[in-house]
Design a binder for this molecule. Structure first.
Ligand SMILES: [Zn+2]
Length: 259
């Protein structure tokens, strides 16, 4: 029975790979647009290409604000989104289907109620957003600058998909689903200490490898740490060795090793 199920799965996967095969030229273009990927060995990038095909087969892209999402754009997003789950598989992304791509940043009207019950409205500028159950929203302007913005540790796709991983067990809290309570406790001890230290540095006006936006909350800190881990791994490891080690175990990758 098990063997039958495995065979059925393998056949479905082969069909999806054939349906969504990424042509050589388009894959070469994608790698050229994302120079930080050059750190990964060729066989890893071949696995990334396959995972991106399966991702494209499962997800639905929608352009907003008149934007048409073409194959090159979808493959670019898929490659970046699949990098964190290269060794985890697509299961953690199965909680949603839709990816909405805007031409540029989006201004969202927000409301907060203070302790006196007074509602305050404000505008928030978003380059991306991940919500429980989806969809994931991305600004194409930010996605397409990923090659250059890697130099300062910024990557909107990895950021939003880190939030998706975090939300695998409910509200974002900087802790993705982990195998047991001890692992969760150990994670919290590391990330809380690193977050405190990071907030102190940002408060003191010290230049940080990670985006100062991470000081907003521990879940944002986890998302910017994931960005740094994948696009500026060596610098991130030097500034946050304990956090780097923890993320390396979680993602089952060690990008700083191949710098
Ligand atoms: Zn965020």
């Amino acid at each position: 029975m098990r063997r039958l199920l495995d065979r059925w799965r393998a056949r479905r996967e082969a069909q999806a790979l054939a349906r969504r095969a990424i042509p050589d030229e388009l894959w070469a273009l994608t790698l050229a647009q994302l120079p930080f990927l050059a750190r990964w060995p060729a066989e890893d990038l071949e696995r990334l290409r396959k995972l991106a095909s399966l991702f494209l087969d499962e997800k639905e892209f929608t352009g907003a604000g008149g934007l048409v999402v073409d194959d090159a754009m979808a493959v670019n997003i898929a490659a970046q989104a699949c990098l964190p789950v290269l060794n985890l598989g697509l299961q953690p992304y199965r909680s949603f289907v839709g990816i909405v791509v805007h031409p540029d940043e989006v201004v969202a009207r927000r409301e907060v109620t203070d302790e006196d019950g007074i509602v305050h409205a404000y505008d928030e500028v978003l380059s991306g957003e991940a919500m429980e159950g989806g969809p994931v929203m991305l600004s194409w302007h930010d996605v397409s600058s990923a090659g250059e913005s890697a130099d300062w540790g910024y990557n909107v796709v990895i950021h939003e998909f880190a939030h998706v991983l975090d939300m695998g067990d409910g509200e974002p809290d900087g802790v993705p689903p982990l195998p047991n309570a001890e692992a969760r406790e150990a994670w919290i001890a590391v990330i809380d200490a690193e977050y405190e230290r990071f907030c102190d540095a940002v408060d003191a006006g010290i230049d940080t490898v990670l985006d100062p936006y991470g000081a907003t909350s521990v879940d944002e800190f986890f998302a910017v740490a994931a960005e740094g881990f994948f696009v500026t791994p060596k610098e991130m490891r030097a500034e946050h060795p304990a956090l780097y080690e923890m993320l390396a175990r979680y993602f089952m990758q060690d990008p700083a090793a191949s710098c």
